[in-house]
Structures are given as C-alpha cells and as structure tokens.
Ligand binder design. Sequence first.
Ligand SMILES: NC(=O)c1ccc[n+]([C@@H]2O[C@H](COP(=O)([O-])OP(=O)(O)OC[C@H]3O[C@@H](n4cnc5c(N)ncnc54)[C@H](OP(=O)(O)O)[C@@H]3O)[C@@H](O)[C@H]2O)c1
Length: 234
Amino acid sequence: MTQRRIALISGASRGIGAATARTMFEAGWTVSLGMRDPDLPDWARAAPERVHLFAYDAVEVESPQRWAGAVMDRFGRIDAVIANAGISIPKTVVEISDDEMALLLEVNVQAPRRLAAACWDGLAVAGRGRVIILGSLSGKRVKSARSGAYAISKFAAVGLAHALRHAGFDMGIRATAVCPGFVATDMAMGLTDRVGEQMTQPKDLARVIAMLIDLPNEASVAEFCVNCQLEESF
Ligand SMILES: NC(=O)c1ccc[n+]([C@@H]2O[C@H](COP(=O)([O-])OP(=O)(O)OC[C@H]3O[C@@H](n4cnc5c(N)ncnc54)[C@H](OP(=O)(O)O)[C@@H]3O)[C@@H](O)[C@H]2O)c1
C-alpha cells in the first residue's frame, strides 16, 4: 500500500474539479482524476507517479466500481472522494422534459451516490475517510424559476451528503456538502451576467475543499456554504 493519501475527483477535466485536483496534488496527495476524456494536466508533469487517470462517465452505472477497483489495485487505499462532476439544465420545472430531469438526477445525485458507495470499503479502512459532495446554494434555496430543476437535483445532493454522513460516521467517514453560489467556471458563465472576477474563484473553493478534507474526525462539517454576493441567509 502506498504511504500517500489518495483522493478520487470526478469531473477533474475543468472548472472546480480541475482546481481541486491541482490543490490536492500540490498539498502532497496522490490524485485519481475521473474524466470523460482522460488527459494528463500540465501541472501533473512535476510528479506523474502521483496522478492516476480514469475514464469516468457519470451516466455509466458500472463506472464507479471499475474506478474504485482500479485505484485499489494500483494504490491499495482510498482516503477521499470528491464527487464533483455535475451538470446544469437551466429550465423551470414546467419547461423541463422527463428525460432532461432524469439526466439531472442521474448525474447530480445517482452518480455521486454510486461513487461513494463504490469507494465505501476503502474509505472505512483507515478510520478517517472523507466524502465531499458538490452541492450548491441551489441546494439550499430556489433563487429563480430557471434554476428550479437544477435546484431539485442539488437539494437531493445535499441530502445525499447528510445521508452518507450518517451511514459512515461510526466508521470514521465524514461527508460534507459543499454549497457554492456562482463560481467562475464554464457552468456559471452560461447562467449569470456576472463576469468571472465577480464570482468565487475555483482555486478558492478548492482551498475550502482541501481544508474540509484535512480536518480531524472530531471537526465534522456537514455543510459549507460559500457565496460571492450578499443574500438573505448565505
Ligand atoms: N460553477 C458554479 O457556479 C457552481 C455553483 C454551485 C455548484 N456547482 C457544482 O460544482 C460542480 C462542478 O461544476 P463546475 O462549475 O466546475 O462545472 P463545469 O465547469 O461545467 O465542469 C463540469 C465537470 O463535470 C464533468 N461532467 C459533466 N457531465 C459528466 C458526466 N456525465 N460524466 C463525467 N463527468 C461529467 C465535466 O466533464 P467534461 O469536461 O467531460 O464535460 C466537467 O469536468 C458541479 O456539481 C456543479 O453543479 C457549480
């Protein structure tokens, strides 16, 4: 078994996932990058032996088991899972089709649940496994009609993090729902008129995620909200 801790990060090709992978790598972790089209990032060339690529697709039901198996075979341990891959379909609950709603729930809820479950035994071994579910402030409040369908999926994602926290607590597994507002990524660019610098930066959210993962078992954080603007409660 390798001595370094290893984190699986889904949706590591760009946006929040890419920034988090880099931050974890620079903090000394080995990172396993789940990407639809695996490609070694430039920053990984400093220590490619600490980077593992896996062709992960959230809509492929078998993908998490194969990914967890590949990591256990190569490194013999799983210390953290960051279920980050997600999609947004900016439609009201009246406009959205059944197929689109099913896809939102598949990628934003079912896939992270399957990924955590596939890694569960590995996470339990060291007695301090960590699961980060990328929720959203849209999982805390419905801010607009057009964010309604997405919000349903993110409310469920936040619930998933709580459910995992309960399921894993006695095994030392700590699960956190990270709930940002607008983050300067491709996803947010299509949703707001704000320019990038007026949004939370992916690298700052990555620092939050790395900090949450590093906290001891006795400092469990169930939800962590981050905003770039003033709202009534967040
Ligand atoms: N940006 C925001 O304002 C914001 C706010 C709150 C929460 N979030 C959440 O944060 C997470 C990351 O979002 P982001 O802003 O970084 O989005 P992004 O820039 O659009 O990146 C999305 C990532 O998810 C991956 N992905 C999408 N569908 C996938 C699938 N079927 N299988 C595997 N990977 C898939 C993408 O891979 P490809 O490169 O292959 O497409 C990409 O790596 C999401 O869960 C999102 O809901 C974002």
